[in-house]
Design a protein around this ligand. Structure first.
Ligand code: ATP
Ligand code: MG
Length: 430
């Protein structure tokens, strides 16, 4: 029996994992600048946490959920997205309490699970980086979240981006729009796809999001939410737009984006990248919005929230197709060559001392001849090769070669062990 990874999953091997580290470390640094702090929630939750938040008619709940009854007969689901678990934790841990500075700003990164047909950029276990900010209705927070997402993508070296912006208004706007949408769609009922028929009365906004080509044709002439906004909802949206203008962030209002989840309201947005690697034209790489009813929906107080989620697999596909240069996170500072078995202990001591001083260091562990060891140092791209033979052992010295320049010096082994940085400064950084 030869085992293979489950369909729709990936092994991220050395060589590839450094790219992930770069993405994650860059995100952590940027989130710290914006004062978002990390939250880690379980990878599985009670099924209802997702069914209540994503909505009973969403694709995620109806088709894509990895759910099961555990041995204690609890209905459990692997998380398909990050927001629901964060909201559950926000309520359970009373992060809305007075001791927490508002808005409460958090980020997360980690695997999500959806039962989907695997294809390029679409897996069953995939990773998201996301943020959530709770406890402010101010349009300036909407704009901070969008600006941060754009900033993040810029740090990843992606520039050909478009912000698609829409609003779903407040409850009143949404109810009026919902009614208008049902009135418009009902005469087309027989032509709609099976999914859309189901959704027409439960959640007509979702019909707008349908991927069925015929549904899309019908939807093209549907009334638009912008015509149904209350004065307050319109004011919020206008402020978001003018604040985006003041930061010089370009956007396009796109009345067709509605987002898959039920509890979005006011601002929703998608950041799209123009790249061939993800299909033709613009593809969504990051998506988010306001969800002012979500905390209440999960049994918490009336606290508003806004956030975004970004798919890391798609981000990496994009970075590669854009030719983004990843930094070398696997740089080897020093390779220690020992000539003869008598040098075994001394070379091990040097390697350990270098590591203790913060250098990355390696040596041979296969008892190979010097020639093969020198070849390894070359192949691994070591900045310095340090060599100990019997003569050096007797003299308490070590031979240091700077590989790039070919400069060589024989120096005290104690100096190297105590402070290799000083040795470099003295002999090689002239
Ligand atoms: P799509 O329309 O492509 O199915 P979605 O609306 O389901 O996307 P969201 O729930 O908004 O996606 O998730 C945010 C991001 O997570 C997406 O823009 C995408 O980058 C990523 N993502 C979603 N599903 C998958 C998946 N199955 N595999 C890899 N990445 C995914
Ligand atoms: Mg999807």
């Amino acid at each position: 029996m030869r085992y293979q990874k489950p369909k729709g999953t990936a092994d991220i091997l050395p060589g590839e994992s450094e790219k992930w580290q770069f993405v994650e470390e860059t995100a952590r640094m940027l989130f710290a600048d914006y004062r978002y702090r990390e939250i880690r929630t379980p990878m599985f939750e009670n099924y209802e946490v997702f069914s209540r938040t994503s909505g009973d008619t969403s694709d995620i709940v109806t088709k894509e959920m990895y759910d099961f009854d555990d041995k204690g007969d609890r209905h459990i689901a692997l998380r398909p997205e990050g927001t629901a678990g964060v909201v559950r934790a926000f309520i359970e841990n009373k992060l809305y309490g007075p001791e927490h500075q508002k808005p409460v700003k958090v980020f997360y990164m980690g695997p999500m699970f959806r039962y989907e047909r695997p294809q390029s950029g679409r897996q069953r276990q995939f990773n998201q980086i996301g943020v959530e900010a709770f406890g402010s209705d101010e349009p300036s927070l909407d704009v901070e979240v969008i600006a941060m997402a754009m900033d993040l993508l810029k740090h990843f070296g992606i520039s050909d981006l478009k912000v698609a912006l829409n609003t779903l208004g407040d409850t009143e706007s949404r109810d009026a729009y919902r009614k208008a949408l049902i009135d418009y769609l009902e005469p087309h009922f027989d032509e709609l796809s099976a999914d859309s028929k189901q959704r027409l009365h439960k959640n007509p906004l979702r019909v707008l999001d349908s991927k069925d080509a015929n549904d899309q044709k019908i939807v093209a002439d549907a009334p638009q939410i912008l015509e149904y906004l209350t004065d307050n909802a319109k004011k919020h949206f206008d402020q978001v737009k003018s604040l985006l203008d003041s930061l010089g962030i370009k956007y396009e209002v796109d009345p067709e984006i509605v987002r898959g989840l039920d509890y979005y309201n006011h601002t929703i947005f998608e950041i799209m990248a123009n790249s061939k690697s993800l299909g033709s034209g613009y593809t969504t790489i990051c998506a988010g919005g306001r969800y002012n009813g979500l905390v209440e929906e999960l049994g918490g107080p009336e606290v508003s929230g806004i956030g975004f989620g970004l798919g890391v697999e798609r981000l990496l596909l994009l970075m590669e197709s854009e030719g983004v240069q990843f930094p070398n996170l696997n740089q080897l500072d020093a390779y220690v060559v020992g000539i003869g078995s008598d040098t075994d202990a001394a070379s091990l001591q040097v390697v350990q001392a270098l590591r203790a001083n913060g250098f990355s260091a390696d040596r041979d562990y296969l008892a190979r001849k010097p020639k093969a060891q020198f070849k390894s140092a070359d192949k691994l791209g070591a900045d310095y090769t340090l060599t100990i033979g019997n003569q050096e052992l007797a003299d308490r010295t070590i031979h240091v070669k700077q590989m790039q320049t070919g400069t060589e010096e024989t120096v005290s082994i104690e100096d190297v062990k105590n402070d290799f940085g000083a040795v470099i400064d003295k002999h090689f950084n002239k």
